[in-house]
Design a protein around this ligand. Structure first.
Ligand code: FES
Length: 87
């Protein structure tokens, strides 16, 4: 089965608008939750989605999120990868 995928746009516009902080937040989350090997995190330098004016842009599991900052990134990841609880 394919791994879930997070694309963090690193095109010049999204980068200038702060997606490097989004990437840091994403990496921290993956580490805290032990998801590093479970999720593909793709830095989409060449994947400008054409939404530069609404950047930073992140695509999580096929859904496009706009105006993403570090806190919004955490919220997206919490929603996409809810913490597994013991039964
Ligand atoms: S640079 Fe990110 S959407 Fe264009």
């Amino acid at each position: 089965m394919a791994k879930p995928k997070i694309v963090i746009c690193m095109g010049s516009s999204c980068f200038a608008r702060g997606n490097e902080k989004t990437l840091e937040a994403c990496e921290r989350f993956m580490e805290e939750r032990g998801l590093k090997d479970e999720v593909d995190v793709d830095l989409g330098a060449s994947l400008c989605t054409g939404n530069c004016a609404d950047g930073p842009v992140v695509v999580a599991d096929g859904k496009v999120y706009r105006h993403v900052d570090a806190q919004v990134m955490r919220d997206i990841l919490e929603k996409t990868f809810p913490e597994r609880r013991a039964p």
